[in-house]
Design a binder for this molecule. Structure first.
Ligand code: FAQ
Length: 308
């Protein structure tokens, strides 16, 4: 195995597997992206998890519980994919807790109303699908395969969110207004979730050449806007962007410029919410100490038995 073999696999659009030789930069890029992705999944459980006890019906509670559990599962597959590159999960969690590794900016926004749960499913899971379906073809095998199942589940999440928004937008005037407020809160953060503009994205070029990313941040952002505006129209809701207009010449929607300073603050984890998210995560990790200790003791016992 050598650089030559690696280059040939990439050139042929074939998969790199854990035992294959790979350049250090390729490995480090994957660990960085997969770890950030895994952290996003488990931190992303919090804004919606806060609504499980307050969901408006038993049916909504059951659906939301299942969705939040799915996000935990996504975290597990992704930490597994990162471990196959030689970085243990415990180390990645330490980096998350120390804030030396990132999670998605989108989870640094609050969920003050029930409609936020609908908007997260519709917009955040919708953006996640747009970004992650191409990742099913990622050149690194374990990541691409994990993404297949994740995308199927995200698709269910997107539909449940859209269905909440549909019920609210067709409900009482108060419910319709609550749905509009949630769209106002989540529209721009979802647009920014795709990452910085291509001109300011240091990783895109190399990640595309390696077949990790298949589209640039701006391409995916445009696809998301094009897919989502008609969905908003169907709901009778209006995205909070005066510059949003169909451009027949381009065959795409034109849209306004996000507040990239706000994005940078969210990525850096400034403000109360990032502290809250990491605090809750650390507490959950510490509370789970005894489970990890018990699992390790059980594994030792089993290993000693099979050795005897
Ligand atoms: N937030 O050069 P690029 C979900 C960082 S999962 C924070 O463009 P890249 C499911 C970036 O890391 C959501 N940081 O970077 C769910 C880099 O910093 P670094 C997560 C961001 O990697 C739903 C720097 O900016 N999805 O939502 C963000 O080529 C509901 C320069 O950026 C994934 O992680 C951001 N938004 O492209 C769960 C998908 N954007 O590392 C619960 C996989 C950029 O050099 C509830 N990841 N940065 O220090 C990706 O596709 C890519 O990593 C991008 C960024 C597109 C996110």
């Amino acid at each position: 195995m050598s650089q030559e073999h690696f280059d040939a696999l990439i050139e042929a659009d074939e998969r790199i597997e854990p035992d294959d030789w790979m350049p250090d930069d390729y490995r480090n890029t994957l660990v960085r992206q997969i770890a950030q992705h895994a952290h996003s999944e488990i931190i992303g459980m919090q804004p919606e998890g806060e609504w499980i006890t307050r969901a408006p019906s038993l049916r909504r509670k059951a659906i939301l519980t299942a969705k939040v559990q799915d996000e935990a599962g996504h975290g597990l597959y992704l930490y597994g994919a990162a471990e196959s590159l030689g970085t243990p999960r415990a180390e990645l969690l330490d980096r998350l807790h120390a804030k030396t590794q990132k999670y998605s900016s989108i989870f640094n926004y609050p969920t003050p109303e029930w409609a936020d749960v609908g908007a997260i499913g519709w917009l955040v899971d919708g953006a996640a699908i747009m970004n992650q379906v191409p990742l099913c073809r990622c050149s690194y095998g374990p990541y691409g395969r994990a993404m297949v199942r994740i995308c199927k589940e995200e698709s269910f999440h997107q539909r449940q969110g859209y269905q909440i928004m549909l019920s609210l937008s067709q409900g009482t005037p108060e419910q319709h207004a609550m749905a509009q407020r949630a769209l106002d809160r989540w529209w721009w953060p979802s647009i920014m979730m795709f990452g910085p503009p291509d001109a300011d994205s240091p990783n895109t070029g190399r990640s595309m050449a390696w077949g990790i990313k298949r589209f640039t941040n701006d391409e995916l952002r445009q696809n998301f806007v094009d897919a989502t505006v008609p969905q908003a129209e169907l709901l009778g809701l209006t995205p909070p962007d005066d510059a949003l207009v169909w451009n027949a010449e381009r065959g795409h929607y034109d849209f306004g410029e996000p507040d990239w300073d706000e994005f940078a603050r969210m990525v850096r984890g400034e403000g109360e919410i990032p502290d809250l998210r990491i605090g809750v995560r650390r507490a959950a990790h510490d509370d789970g100490d005894w489970v990890r200790a018990a699992a390790a003791a059980y594994a030792d016992k089993q290993a000693a038995r099979s050795a005897a």
